[in-house]
Structures are given as C-alpha cells and as structure tokens.
Write a protein that binds this ligand. Structure first.
Ligand SMILES: [Zn+2]
Length: 83
C-alpha cells in the first residue's frame, strides 16, 4: 500500500525509529514513521496493513524487557537500602 506525503503528495518511505519513545509508538500504536525524500517531511501515518501477530510477539518482547529492567532496578534499590 503506497503512502503519500501530506506536504507534497509524492511517495513517502518508511523511516527508522530514532529513539526508544518512537519504538514504543511504533509497537503499541498502528502508526509508523515515514519520511519524504522529496521535501524532507517526516511524520507518523497509520499503517492499516500491519501484521497483528508479528506485532503481538514484538509487544511481548518489549513488555518482558521493561519488566526485567524494573525488577533489576528494584533489586538494586533493595540491596542499597538494606545495607
Ligand atoms: Zn514531501
């Protein structure tokens, strides 16, 4: 499915997520980052042909990663405070 630039109307290309916040947006919403090579526009467009199953597995991986980080942080705080 071809996406068009809202500024100049030409084809846009998928843009990589630049940081963690953008990765979260990409994983938990149906928005994908796009960039226009003609005018330099960059923004988010709803991707209505996203494969839900693949997205679910990615979401699970991110949730597990965040949970692991939180658990480790809590463990560190616990160790520091009980010294
Ligand atoms: Zn453009």
């Amino acid at each position: 499915m071809v996406k068009l630039c809202p500024q100049c109307g030409l084809h846009v290309h998928r843009s990589r997520a630049k940081n963690f916040r953008e990765k979260l947006i990409r994983l938990f919403t149906r928005y994908k980052a796009y960039r226009c090579h003609e005018c330099g526009w960059r923004g988010w467009i709803v991707d209505d042909v996203s494969r839900r199953f693949v997205d679910r597995r990615k979401q699970l991986r991110v949730i597990l990663g965040v949970l692991t980080t939180v658990m480790l942080a809590l463990l560190v705080i616990y160790v520091i405070r009980t010294r």
